[in-house]
Write a new protein. Structure first.
Length: 85
């Protein structure tokens, strides 16, 4: 699967959950309000997920990002680290 880095805004709890999911090699669901759909915390998303984020931005709603185990692990392998907290 090909992942693309996409920036969202995560809070401290979401960052901790992301690190925890990476450590335990599990997937993760992250709930983002409309104003958090753009930011500097880069996540590895599929093109389909990015399209969904852009659609939610257009219609002014939040969404839940479902990150698979392989997506969470690829953030550490390819990016060097998870978004820091």
């Amino acid at each position: 699967m090909t992942y693309v880095k996409y920036g969202v805004q995560l809070n401290d709890e979401q960052r901790r959950n992301l690190v925890h999911a990476g450590t335990n090699k599990t997937g993760l669901n992250i709930r983002l309000s409309h104003d958090k759909l753009v930011g500097s915390d880069e996540l590895n998303l599929t093109q389909r997920q990015i399209d969904k984020v852009k659609k939610c931005i257009e219609i002014d709603i939040g969404m839940t990002l479902k990150l698979s185990k392989s997506q969470v692990q690829s953030m550490n392998r390819n990016g060097g680290s998870y978004p820091c907290y």
